[in-house]
Design a protein around this ligand. Sequence first.
Ligand code: 4AD
Ligand code: MG
Length: 445
Amino acid sequence: MSKRIYIADAIQAVNQKVLIQGFIDNLRDSKYMAFIVLKDITGKIQITIEKETHPELCETISQLTEDSVITILGTVASNDYVKLNGVEVIPESIQIESIADALPIVRKAIPATKKKKALERSSIDQRIDYRWIDLRTDENQLMFQIQTTMVNAMRQYLLDNNFIEIHTPKLIGAASESGADVFEVKYFDRNAYLAQSPQFYKQMAMASGLERIFEVGPVFRAEKSYTNRHTTEFTGFDLEFSYIVSYQDVMDLEANLLIYMLKKVEEKYGNQIKEIFGTEVIVPAFPFPTITLHDLYDELEKNYGYKVDESEKGDLTTEAEQLSYKWSMEKYGHEFLFVTGFDAQKRAFYHMRDENGVPLGYDLIWRGVEITTGAQREHRYDILKKQAAEKGLEEDVKFYLEFFKYGCPPHGGFGLGVDRLTMLLLNLGIKDAMYIFRGPNRLNP
Ligand code: 4AD
Ligand code: MG
């Protein structure tokens, strides 16, 4: 028995005998001929069976269904009439590995034919019920290849810049970010919480003298949000680094990280992203434009007549977030926008504040959606303790405050949502962009 090869390699192996395996992507079984399109993670190839010359295969072929998994041993032949790469495999054996029942979802709309009515594509929620079947499509498989390149590029950039990768606990004794939106879980005879971010432990690494760290890991938010960009569990790309002079250092690092990443993604997948997802990967220029929240609201009102109540201006409204994209494109031709100058009431207690009490932090907006919150952190024990107390968190974060009592360098960092990056890169909603979405009504599969 020969060794299995990828279909992409089989396509190149004209006149050779190959062993290939995969899912049946398409099946046409007629009186004299049978055509199978076989798909693996690298591509698709046509299998052609002339029934008269291969009567021994007919019994097997009659059992096949679309999405069944088979093993084919056959010879690759060049044939200009074959639309798919101009090659076909003439099999000598077909082995059934697994038969698929009729599929419970429609992954792609199917237009009407003379014999059959048109089939509408199943909704994203129906498709998530059978996510593993939905993930077999070319688009979805490509999405995870792109995401792999994306996260790998960011990891590489940080490794090249002396960052250390850490893995912090997700079961914790106190709510991280704030008391709100936290999942409580039973922990033997008491309660624990699921980490809302690695924030406290990233900062502990600064007090540990690790200087530059990052983590890619799960983040939990008990938010009852039903939008196309919120989920209750997502993947966070978080980093923290010491001896910064200001949060501008954090913003610069993030901009350079994203430029590096988008360049890698563009080089490898730019054409396919355009072709399959219909959207362009644009490698942004450094520096990214920056505006204060106050000025942004002024600009949005001046340019688009967008008005919000004074009381709402301490934070970005969803509409302002979306409109800021239009503004940033018109003003700077830039897809990214840093927004600074949030109200301390709206920001986490651990953000350092300037002499006027304004947090030294930012949000980064890409294509009208927040992808990051970042800041210089307050590393001075007394001030930090006071800021925690103002938000009523002094008791909850007692263990965390200890990190700053025995020496801690000035530092800053940010949290970047991986799922949001994927979704914005490919112009999808978050449910489509996640391996398996988690929401208030979704714990399965
Ligand atoms: O803005 P967030 O809440 O900030 C933090 O977690 C801070 N500890 C970060 C810091 O270092 N200051 O979350 C960071 C990012 C968001 O900008 C967004 O991209 C993503 O995480 N995110 C979500 N993604 C999907 N669904 C949700 N419910 C999200 N909440 C935040
Ligand atoms: Mg945020």
